[in-house]
Design a protein around this ligand. Sequence first.
Ligand code: MN
Length: 332
Amino acid sequence: MSAAQDSTASTGVRLSFGFGTDRGLRRELNEDAFLAADPLFAVADGMGGHEAGEVASRECIKTLSSQGVLTAGSRAATAAELDHALREADTRIRELTNARAGTTVSGVVLVEERGVPYWLVFNVGDSRTYRLSQGSFSQVSVDHSEVQELVDAGFITPAEALTHPRRHVVTRALGTGSDTEADFWLVPVEEGDRILVCSDGLSGEISDEQIHRALGTLRHPQDAVDSLIQTALRSGGRDNITVVVVDASNVHGNNSGETLNTAQMPRAGAEDTLPRMDPATEPVPAQPQAPIPVEVLESIPESVLSPAATLPETSPAAHAAAAESLHEENHG
Ligand code: MN
């Protein structure tokens, strides 16, 4: 399945995104699940035999998508609320599968504080969230896996991790095992930012360099998604492959509509980075080059990190239905 959509929030940041999932060439089932619906973009990779993994990953996405603050173009989500939702997903998966199945999950929520947008990145397990920003490509999430621990300890290189026999062993997951804690990062949104969320069927099959090349050369997010999935299939397609690509534009403008105020903008190519010239735009805080864990980020207003006073009410049933339709798979 694949499709592409656009959405614009009232405060101006415009997201366009593409998504797709493929069973791959070796697996009987597709146990990945995902959601791509502003402001939440997430990929879950289920584990556990006989469809249990599929139950776990779907339940995870369903739980996240039923949280009002994570739906319907909301920009008010906090790390605390997201953490609460992930714990709820863990509980529900344990109940459904008797803790015999689990799932990874990684992704981003677009949040705003005083008109300044941030990517709230989250991760449990070894699905991944990457960011291509101002030409710089990096993995934001840090895997919870045995090979990541070996890399961190200096025993193997990231390249060796790709082929290490223990590369599929995750050290944290929702629904199974003892460690389910999520990590969070809060990263300022830059004009032209491109976020990639994927399962290890992509990142375990092709190199970061190949991923960077596709993201850096294909302008439309759906084209990047389709190309990445095809490349992973050509490389062997040994696992389910799920890819979500999200582009941010109009980051520093206050335009809620389609058109920029060109009188204030120098002439530039349609896709060029736009200068921050709108006098109504608030100053943007210092831009760190690398993502900073929420725990140590002191310059972020507290309200981003703590539960919002009021949450928008939305129908959980409606969003659950939307989530179901989103991760239906079609293997042809
Ligand atoms: Mn996988």
